[in-house]
Write a protein that binds this ligand. Structure first.
Ligand SMILES: C[S@@+](CC[C@H](N)C(=O)[O-])C[C@H]1O[C@@H](n2cnc3c(N)ncnc32)[C@H](O)[C@@H]1O
Length: 322
């Protein structure tokens, strides 16, 4: 019997064993992560995320959902209550949260809104607080920020034995980075009061991200520490929990044209967001850069409009009953 081909190892001077493992491609290809490649820090993530938001219709897509569906979804919340309790998980800088609070105010005039936020990034928390300070129309709303990950919040709740119930909980584009997706959903679903609703917004199975993760995962560097999860992964968890839910699919697009221009600062930041890697274009081996750019151009990921490369960022809005 032929012995298996020996795995090619990449060694550089003064490289430790861990670095050597990192640089050794498991399939003997040249598409590997080199030691200078690293994940984004929290501050760098903020910058990269902003460049994504500025060049995608992510928030416009959510606005459309807010306008068309949210008033009906929140109409039955907290029947007869004078206070509606809301929990935002992974709320970021709060723009989406405030839009939802304003819908609640419009649908339930005069009701007090008690809003709690679980968000681990200190910069995001600070920006959210600033946004609230600048907002003139939030007098019937109270805010409590927990600068924690969802798991830390869960542990705190369990330790204190104070299992507060909420009428509305949302987890918008944040499940990619939680430690354990099924348990996180199970825990926050258990935090819903009677007639409460949990809104999960996640990338759709029809998005370019889904194709990239399904077909070209080997193009993505190991520095991207997120979960490659889309709508069907979440609905499978909900089915296993026996939680009743509805899914709304909405189109969204991301203009990634600059990602193909060497030396373009915006393109570099967007590639960092896409790969979860700091300075991906400056640190990834040429073959890896080429593979990823090729994958991004495939029709299952993007289309071309007026000479621009438009990556599909379609979203799924999942509304879960208590
Ligand atoms: C893509 S942003 C979405 C922010 C906001 N929900 C929106 O749609 O604009 C993801 C957010 O989840 C937060 N996050 C990351 N890991 C988390 C965790 N384990 N628990 C809670 N939030 C987390 C990040 O700090 C970030 O603010």
């Amino acid at each position: 019997m032929e012995p298996p081909p020996e795995l090619k190892r990449n060694s550089f001077p003064s490289m430790n064993f861990e670095a050597e493992i990192l640089t050794t491609p498991h399939d003997n290809s040249e598409l590997y992560t080199i030691p200078s490649m690293r994940s984004l820090t929290a501050e760098e993530y903020v910058e990269a995320f902003k460049s994504f938001l500025d060049h995608s219709t992510e928030h416009q897509c959510m606005d459309e959902f807010n306008k068309e569906q949210m008033p009906h979804i929140v109409a039955g919340l907290g029947p007869g209550k004078s206070t509606i309790s809301v929990l935002g998980v992974g709320s970021g800088t709060g723009e989406q949260d405030l839009k939802m609070i304003r819908i609640l105010q419009a649908v339930h005039p005069g009701v007090f809104i008690d809003n709690e936020i679980v968000e681990p990034n200190p910069q995001h928390v600070a920006a959210y607080k600033e946004l609230v300070k600048q907002a003139p129309d939030l007098e019937n709303v109270s805010f409590i920020w927990h600068q924690l990950t969802s798991l830390e919040y869960e542990q705190q709740v369990k330790e204190k034995g104070t299992h507060k119930k909420f009428d509305f909980i949302h987890m918008i584009q944040m499940l990619y980075r939680v430690e354990d997706i099924p348990n996180t959903i199970k825990f926050f679903h258990s935090c819903l009061d009677h007639h409460g609703k949990l809104l999960i917004i996640i990338l759709s199975d029809s998005s370019g991200w889904a194709s990239l993760w399904r077909r070209h995962r080997d193009c993505l560097p190991a520095t991207d520490r997120g979960h490659y999860i889309t709508c069907s992964g979440i609905t499978a968890v909900l089915r296993a929990l026996g939680a009743q839910h509805r899914v709304f699919e909405l189109p969204s697009a991301w203009d990634i044209t600059e990602c193909f221009r060497d030396g373009d600062a915006l393109g570099a930041r967007m590639m960092d967001f896409l790969t979860g890697t700091k300075n991906f274009l400056g640190t990834a081996p040429a073959a890896l850069r080429r593979r990823l750019r090729d994958a991004l151009c495939q029709p299952e990921c993007s289309s071309t409009r007026d000479g621009r490369v438009i990556f599909s960022n379609n979203l799924s809005m999942i509304v879960v009953e208590s």
